[in-house]
Design a protein around this ligand. Structure first.
Ligand SMILES: C[S@@+](CC[C@H](N)C(=O)[O-])C[C@H]1O[C@@H](n2cnc3c(N)ncnc32)[C@H](O)[C@@H]1O
Length: 224
């Protein structure tokens, strides 16, 4: 029986349309109007930020927030903001993942499509941006739902800082690195072994023997 945790895709190499799609998105602005709930959740983030002097780390697609609290422990002077659109996942945080004595983080139910744009419009500059195991959208026809195939890619770049994407599907990260290069940024892409796993998806993939990959780029630096 096939292992359902292993990604199967009709795409075995970089998407054939990657370059034109990325170039088009780098030259256009994503302008979907903001729903009220997105404005309200962003106001909550700003309220918390108004009491914070240090760096901001964003943990996008944080799921249950296990990585968020781990990042908060690792960076005690930063405010770590975990965002995910699934209330069911976020609701598991308090019972299973909260760590006593660590409170320099905030978990928000938010859609990255709105939150990232609001943060850029508000002038945020991130120290780090973690995107651990975003949904891979492995069907070739779903390329535009991947971060680098979406109109939001330019917004992600505008947030700045060190961006790190992790995945168990290397093609996703090869595409992400290729999209960064089109935008003028270098990246390192390598296989890694989590020590220890810091998200449930990471743990699940690692324990099932799958190789894991990470792509890191300093968005504040450009290729010369
Ligand atoms: C594969 S899970 C990974 C969760 C977590 N990072 C982990 O490694 O355990 C992907 C997560 O992305 C969230 N997600 C997908 N699209 C989103 C969006 N547009 N805005 C916010 N969260 C989103 C899903 O709710 C889900 O929790």
């Amino acid at each position: 029986m096939p292992d359902s945790r292993i990604i199967t895709s009709n795409q075995q190499q970089l998407h054939h349309n990657l370059e034109p799609v990325v170039r088009r998105h780098l030259n256009t602005r994503f302008q979907r109007p903001y729903p009220d709930y997105s404005l309200e959740v962003f106001a909550q983030a700003k309220q918390r930020l108004s009491q914070h002097q240090g760096e901001i780390i964003l943990d996008s697609f944080c799921g249950v927030g296990e990585s968020t609290v781990n990042l908060a422990r690792q960076y005690p002077n930063a405010l770590v903001i975990g965002i995910d659109k699934s209330v069911a996942r976020l609701n598991k945080h308090d019972d299973h993942y909260r760590q006593s004595g660590i409170d320099n983080y905030l978990l928000l139910r938010a859609d990255v499509d709105d939150f990232w744009r609001l943060a850029v419009e508000d002038g945020w500059h991130l120290a780090r941006h973690c995107l651990f195991y975003p949904n891979p959208w492995p069907k070739s026809c779903h390329f535009k739902r991947r971060i680098h195939g979406s109109p939001l890619f330019a917004t992600l770049l505008a947030l700045g800082g060190e961006v790190e994407v992790r995945s168990n599907w290397p093609i996703y990260l090869q595409e992400f690195a290729a999209a960064l290069a089109i935008a003028g940024h270098s990246a390192t892409l390598e296989e890694f072994t989590p020590k220890p796993s810091i998200t449930p998806f990471e743990r699940k993939y690692h324990e099932s023997g799958q190789p894991l990959w990470q792509c890191v780029s300093q968005l504040d630096k450009f290729l010369s």
